[in-house]
Ligand binder design. Structure first.
Ligand code: GLN
Length: 486
């Protein structure tokens, strides 16, 4: 049995039957990480000794019969989530040596559920990017083709899942950062409803858009992880009081008569690759074959979404990132005399070029005299986008679209051209602007054998419906079973 290749569902069953131990499983995953890390570059920090201790503790829990839901399951965590006593860099030099004194709520929930945290995964600096090329440390390579990006910003998490360097991973999604890398690496990624998962201890990028979400090898595992992550948290005033439904209940129900909207504006886009539109057309046929009723809908303000996002996200970022001034956290430029010089030097040395660009854009958009023209206008556009979705959901239960306009692009192709990089988020960032959930599931392969993802978006708190449809699709197609040629 190849232990590292197990799904969470399979591993759980074997652990409970005591056919394998958590220690064995964790060792196997660690061995896999050591075998592949140099080629993939999925991790910033490995937590080998604490992971082994957690595995031993999980074995004790399993032996006692009181078994929490993720007992002994090796999970990788994006380096944007604070982990007590474990370095949390956010992919940035400015936090290179930051060791948080507390756990993010999702980390606490993972620990309480018995998960084994194997390491902290690579990401674009402060989650700003779509390829991990903006990480201050390294670029994560796509396990399907090492010359290509893994997607971003949660590229390390997606690549780690695809390469079996963990059984599941946690990412964050502000404009597509869970769904787009999931799509490029051929795994399942969910961005939950804004407020479904606590943001306490998630290093803030754009607070009105950020949301934590799971990346997994299959839909069942994804539902299982969200079950653990989700729920109200008094430490996050934007976390929703709604209870978390039992997502596993939704898996297995059919799609007969369920109306699925296909947004007209998402079908014809300049720069969209043929293999992507073909895979999506096939997915529509599959959904209809499963009994769903696919109907055309319109999201007329889609052409303005990228522009609105790239005003709102940098504006919030410029405010959130003001705290990194060399006084309280991480890096401080040495040998500078006065305070002003210290701020300037610390920030220009500590932040990479993309983060500096976002801070400059955001500061400009929020400044007196420009606020109305940029930030306020973008917020108005956001309202129009929210209304588009509201109207669409009067006609359908969920929306179906591509995740990204192309499969994973070659490393280096867009790194010097931020505007083209920004355009790769065109299908994903509207869900963040509207606060609705979206899932990415494998739906085919390009001619070069690269994975292609399908996005399903639902109304607020409709994750169960998305899991239901994604599970039916997965059962009917089995794209998720294909593994990268490692
Ligand atoms: N690629 C988008 C950006 O650079 C989204 C990133 C994210 O979701 N964290 O802002």
């Amino acid at each position: 049995m190849t232990l590292h290749a197990l799904t969470i569902q399979e591993a759980r069953a074997l652990l409970r039957k005591k056919e394998i131990s958590a220690v064995e499983l964790t060792r196997a995953v660690m061995a896999r990480i050591h075998e592949l890390e140099e080629k993939v570059g999925a991790f910033i920090t490995l937590c080998e000794s604490s992971a082994m201790a957690q595995a031993r503790e999980a074995d004790r829990r399993i032996a006692s019969g009181d078994i929490p839901p993720l007992a002994g399951i090796p999970i990788a965590v994006k380096d944007v989530l604070c982990t007590r006593g474990i370095r949390t860099t956010c992919g940035s030099k400015i936090l290179e040596n930051f060791i948080p004194p507390y756990d993010a709520t999702v980390i606490r929930r993972l620990r309480e559920a018995g998960a084994v945290i194997v390491g902290k995964t690579n990401m674009d600096e402060f989650a700003m990017g779509s390829s991990t090329e903006y990480s201050a440390f390294k670029t994560t390579r796509n396990p399907w083709d090492f010359t290509r990006i893994s997607g971003g910003s949660s590229g390390g998490s997606a690549a780690a899942v695809a390469a079996d360097m963990c059984l599941g991973a946690i990412g964050s999604d502000t404009g597509g950062s869970v769904r787009q890398p999931a799509s490029h690496c051929g795994v399942v990624g969910m961005k939950p409803t804004y407020g479904r998962v606590s943001r306490f201890g998630l290093v803030a990028f754009a607070s009105s858009l950020d949301q934590v979400g799971p990346l997994t090898k299959c839909v069942y595992d994804n539902a299982l992880l969200l079950q653990v992550l989700g729920g109200h948290d008094p430490k996050d005033s934007t976390s929703a009081p709604e209870g978390v439904p039992d997502y596993s209940q939704a898996l297995g129900a059919d799609l007969k008569g369920i109306p699925i909207g296909v947004p007209r504006e998402y079908r014809s886009l300049e720069g969209m690759e043929e293999s992507v539109s073909q895979a999506v057309s096939k997915a529509i046929e599959t959904m209809e074959g499963l009994g769903a009723r696919c109907v055309e809908v319109s999201l007329p303000h889609t052409p303005y979404a990228v522009a609105a996002y790239y005003v709102i996200a940098p504006s919030e970022a410029s405010s959130n990132l003001a705290r990194y001034d060399g006084v309280k956290y991480g890096f401080r430029a040495p040998g500078v005399g006065d305070l002003g010089k210290m701020y300037r030097k610390t920030r220009s040395k500590g932040f990479g070029p993309e983060v500096q660009r976002r801070i400059l854009i955001g500061t400009y958009c929020l400044s007196a005299g420009y606020y109305d023209a940029y930030y306020k206008k973008a917020s108005q556009v956001r309202t129009l986008i929210i209304r588009d979705f509201k109207k669409a959901f009067e006609k359908c239960r969920m929306l179906l679209s591509p995740v990204a306009p192309t499969p994973a692009f070659p490393i280096g192709e867009k790194v010097e051209d931020p505007l083209t990089m920004y355009l790769s988020d065109v299908f994903t960032l509207s869900a963040n602007l509207a606060g609705i959930p979206g899932i990415s599931i494998p739906c085919g392969f390009s001619g070069e054998g690269l994975p292609i993802g399908l996005q399903l978006m639902g109304n607020h708190f409709e994750e169960a419906m998305l899991y239901r449809a994604a599970f039916c699709f997965e059962e009917a197609t089995a794209f998720h079973l294909k593994k990268p040629p490692l």
